[in-house]
Design a protein around this ligand. Structure first.
Ligand code: COI
Length: 356
């Protein structure tokens, strides 16, 4: 019902072209936040009904100091990208999958969620309103960040009486400082990311700050990021701080099953499908860390990281180097396949892209 109230043809305040932004170094975007033009905001009151959402100039939020999200972490988020195509269109990649994952996560976090249509429409409006921030072809993408947060005041531990659904966007390049080059992972031996019955399988904000400690330590030691094992036996792979992990051995591609402790990544889902269609045997199962140390190849997947080859893994003081033989890597096949599709360079026979 909300969809009829919103429209992608809503009056947009921004009409400039990408070349009218003079102070952005498109060649060195990195992955950082930037103030863009507009954000989308929609609120849900105590009655559980969503009010009409709208675009507003990008800016600060006004929330109560006792907002549920600030005090008790009641919040989830999503991440998706819009790419500019050579013929000037902007393409989103599987936005309805993000919408469905938000609904799933909202249920776990006791929050009302926008419908799939409302979510996708809000994302499209945000991309259109920030179109001049979609990087030129080949320079990166517009990263879209939908947030669902408890903004109503609470003091005792309880559900927030009001929620805000917000979508903002920023132009980004490579996530890791290595760019498209292989990354170096440390297998974490002290901290855990998730436990059975916890929230590791949903994209709640509560999963991310707790990994900073391990990540910062690993970075100081020269690693790119941290790979977490299961909290119980410290034996099976779970995920890297911001992405899923795959291993390749002979013709088999395996990744940890997304059953509660591992986020069901959308890029992960695409890779599982693509790998199968390319003739690989695909396995979603428990993956022993020893298998990783013995693999032919390993790579990470995620919206932000896309498909990142792993150059080395260090576990209990042992470092395994993976061969970096360029185009022969399975990860580079997937990277090319996905990004060609996302940038509209190849025909989309799967219906994964959505034009904005
Ligand atoms: C993404 O890949 O979109 C994420 O949300 C991960 C985040 C830590 C950047």
């Amino acid at each position: 019902q909300l969809r009829s109230m919103m429209s992608t043809s809503a009056a947009l305040k921004v009409t400039q072209d990408s070349d009218s932004i003079s102070d952005v170094d498109w060649d060195n975007l990195g992955f950082k936040t930037r103030e863009t033009d507009q954000m989308f905001i929609m609120k849900c009151d105590t009655d559980g009904e969503w009010h009409r959402g709208q675009l507003e100039p990008f800016g600060l939020l006004e929330v109560s100091p006792s907002a549920g999200v600030l005090n008790y972490g009641q919040g989830i988020f999503e991440g998706l990208k819009a790419y500019r195509t050579t013929d000037g269109r902007s393409l989103l990649f599987r936005p309805e999958e993000n919408a469905k994952r938000m609904i799933f996560g909202a249920e776990r976090m006791c929050m009302p969620a926008p419908s799939v249509d409302t979510f996708v429409d809000a994302v499209k409006q945000t991309v259109l309103a920030n179109k001049r921030w979609v990087p030129p072809v080949g320079k990166g993408s517009l990263y879209v960040r939908p947030l669902l947060i408890g903004t109503g005041p609470v003091l005792g531990l309880s559900k927030s009486p009001e929620y805000t659904f917000l979508v903002y966007a920023a132009p980004v390049g490579d996530y890791f400082k290595e760019g498209p080059a292989p990354i170096h992972l440390k297998v974490e031996s002290m901290y855990s990311r998730a436990v059975h019955g916890g929230t590791g399988g949903v994209k709640t904000i509560c999963n991310y700050a707790p990994v900073l400690k391990a990540q910062l330590t690993a970075k100081k030691e020269g690693f790119t990021d941290v790979l977490y094992l299961d909290a119980l036996e410290r034996k099976y792979l779970e995920e890297v701080s911001s992405c899923n992990i795959f291993i390749v051995k002979d013709n088999v591609i395996a990744t940890p099953e997304a059953k509660g402790c591992v986020l069901p990544g959308i890029t992960r889902k695409c890779i599982l499908e693509l790998a199968q269609s390319l003739g690989y045997k695909v396995e979603e199962r428990k993956v022993d860390v020893d298998e990783l140390m013995d693999a032919d190849e390993a790579f990470c997947t995620g919206t932000a990281v896309v498909v990142s080859p792993v150059g080395s893994v260090t576990h209990r003081g042992t470092r395994v180097l993976f061969s970096n033989s360029g185009v022969k890597r399975v990860s580079s096949i997937f990277y090319k396949f996905l990004t060609d599709l996302q940038m509209g360079r190849t025909a989309d026979t799967r219906g994964w892209t959505t034009e904005v």
